[in-house]
Design a protein around this ligand. Sequence first.
Ligand code: CS2
Length: 460
Amino acid sequence: MALVDAPGIVHLGLGAFARAHLLPATQVAMAASGERHWGVLGVSLRHPDVRDALAPHGFRYTLALRDADDRGRPRERREAIEALRGVLVAPEDPGAVLDAIAAPATRIVSLTVTEKGYHHDPATRTLRRDDADLAHDLAHPDAPRTTLGVLAHGLARRRARGAGPVTLLSCDNLPANGDTLRGLLLAFAAQVDPALAGWIDAQCTFPNAMVDRIVPRSENPAVVAAEPFFDWAVEDRFAAGRPDWTAYGARSVPSAEPFEKLKLRMVNGTHSTIAWLAVVAGWATVDEAIAQPALRRTIEALMREEIEPTLPALPGLDLADYRARLLQRFANPALAHRTRQIAMDGSQKLPQRLLGTIADRLAAGASIERLALGVAAWIHFLRGVDEQGHAYPIDDPLAGVLADLRTHAEAAPDERSRVAVITGFAPVFGALGRAPAFIDAVARHTATLRTRGVRATLEP
Ligand code: CS2
């Protein structure tokens, strides 16, 4: 690989999202400041597809920002992305990935590995016990396959080489994603070597960040389609500098927490609710789903009545505008964002998207009727068959456990006890799963969904 400037950023998880978010922002930041050393070396943790498709083009690709104009006609703005300097495929050459993390030129290791890439119990954000992949990575320091293994063993090399401080930047949709990554990485690294954990704690920073841009999975790696909307609120805690991403519209903030809460609850909480209902009803894309008047009314009311009252105030934020704009983003006819894609990995998404909001509402003595519909929709979705009788796969790292829970639930005598079997699963539901008011509200909706279907459940 011929490198003009050694890349300053090593990015783990080279899905469409990173290619439509971190990459264009870094490119514009470099152009604005003239700092050429921030290029990105991508790391695919599983497949060679992206590397194979982009290598012949010098890792250049096109970002196509798509939406519709005021008259509903599709339009597109193209950006040529050249900030990707190369792609490593971890299973082919794990040592090269560890060396990249250890390289002195590397100042940021960023991540978009999705919720399940953290190998944690989402309810407690602690390392999953009995995780075979993590056990593998403890035993194979030269050939790790998990994100945490790659980071810990790469940082061990960095420490041994005296290459100095580095920032670990999570760009995943998790609450306090930096703090969460820090806690998990320190816990894993302590099992490798307590001194390594001490070094990481002293040398690395883990800024929290809220990321937002709707980017459907892309079939053609040379063109990534996304919405024009872009947001990124990043805490300014970098151990060895950062590009000035504000040149692309990012915000440098003292605390990402209020931004994360807003985004995870409003955007992702409603996105998941839409997706689970839509897959069962047979609405294939988000724009098709949100065009159903009853669903749109339900989602609008869910935001206004039950999510917004739980959000901290943010100076300059008008929630009514934010809500209207979000509904417009969901209605974007040019993305064809598959509801099945958003519906996947529900066990990893539910806590931060809906359950935290529900816990806050119950603590305030407020209604959770609409939020509980989202949870019921997930449970109903887990049946794996839509209202036209078509079966679909449950794509979830806990699919096996969930199938066992469902079998167990089917044997329960009534709707409430069936729901309680599922919500009793503590790694996802925590203590909330045993709260009677929560179980009652969810069971009312699962009963209606089961007997009357999605459309009738949504009608007032
Ligand atoms: C979506 C998100 O797939 C999903 O679960 O809810 O990827 C969503 O599109 C982004 O978070 C928007 O910023």
